[in-house]
Write a protein that binds this ligand. Structure first.
Ligand SMILES: [Fe+2]
Length: 299
């Protein structure tokens, strides 16, 4: 079973304060010392951030801005074809720059009047409980690094393009923002790791990889699909199941490739009823009620 945290490269800080991002051997930037140093620098800036202050701006390079501009443009035409109307309206309302990477403070400023969400810098993995708990306070922990320039349309990790073009645009919608807050409130309510994992799994299959029927056509609303150049072309050929909380909580597959099974809502209203209703009522007895208590041991 997955958890989104496994996707992030680990970040360590030595006693001397040196911050290192440990890219896996298969990462496109693994053999690029300049990229690795850049990753260390951006992670160090996030680690040094004082939550009482505005996040320090990252001075994005021309290359990083060009990657943003390319992916932003490629995704835009795909969004028009494949994204649900609620996402498209939210994206228009947020109005992110298309020619350069926005600072997190800018994303916060654009979301504030729409849904009140704030973007806080994260060096990499944020522990599940902290990540979801923050959503309850309308805070989204976001990485700031940009994918490796050798493969601009692919990233093995959630980079700033995923966090901002995927989640940031979604968070311009009061209805999607409410679902994210509800997931956060559910995470704060439960004590057990098993219950927290069920919440994370339902979040994954809805707000990250959710699809929905709209005017008879399958469209995507999940940030993971809508920020992935490859996945957005593939979701209609995946195995599509109806929304089912127990099935989402027990689905088991490889997180490193495209999601082979997706769960489709018949409407945004149904998503709010099923996933929103689940988040509103989830508690420590949830795994047992779903009949997955035994399967929810440490993963
Ligand atoms: Fe995500």
């Amino acid at each position: 079973m997955f958890e989104e945290g496994q996707l992030y490269s680990p970040v360590t800080q030595s006693d001397s304060g040196a911050v290192v991002v440990h890219l896996g051997a298969g990462h496109p930037g693994f053999n690029d010392p300049v990229y690795r140093e850049r990753r260390n620098e951006i992670a160090a800036s996030a680690l040094a951030w004082d939550p009482a202050a505005t996040p320090a701006p990252v001075a994005y390079t021309d290359t990083e801005n060009e990657i943003w501009a390319l992916v932003s443009s490629e995704l835009d035409s795909k969004h028009q074809r494949y994204a649900v109307s609620e996402f498209l309206s939210a994206k228009a309302a947020v109005g992110l720059p298309t020619d350069r990477v926005p600072q997190l403070a800018e994303v916060t400023a654009r979301l504030a009047p729409l849904t009140g969400f704030s973007y806080h810098p994260a060096p990499g993995l944020v522990p599940l409980r902290e990540f979801y708990g923050s959503l309850a306070r309308s805070v989204f922990h976001s990485t700031q690094y940009v994918r490796h320039p050798s493969q601009p349309l692919y990233t093995p990790e959630p980079d700033v393009i995923h966090e901002v073009i995927g989640h940031g645009n979604m968070l311009g919608s009061p209805r999607f923002a409410a679902l994210k807050r509800a997931a956060g409130e559910a995470a704060l309510r439960v004590q057990s790791e098993a219950a927290l994992q069920v919440i994370a799994d339902v979040f994954w299959f809805t707000l990250e990889f959710g699809v929905m029927y709209e005017r008879g056509e399958l469209r995507a609303y999940g940030a993971g699909i809508l920020s992935s150049y490859g996945e957005i072309e593939e979701f209609r050929s995946m195995e599509i199941r109806p929304l089912d909380i127990a099935a989402m909580a027990t689905a088991d597959y490889d997180i490193t490739s495209y999601q082979p099974v997706l769960f489709a809502a018949r409407s945004l209203g149904e998503l709010e009823d099923v996933a929103g209703g689940f988040f509103a009522s989830a508690d420590d007895d949830t795994p047992e009620r779903l009949g997955i208590a035994a399967a929810a041991s440490p993963r």
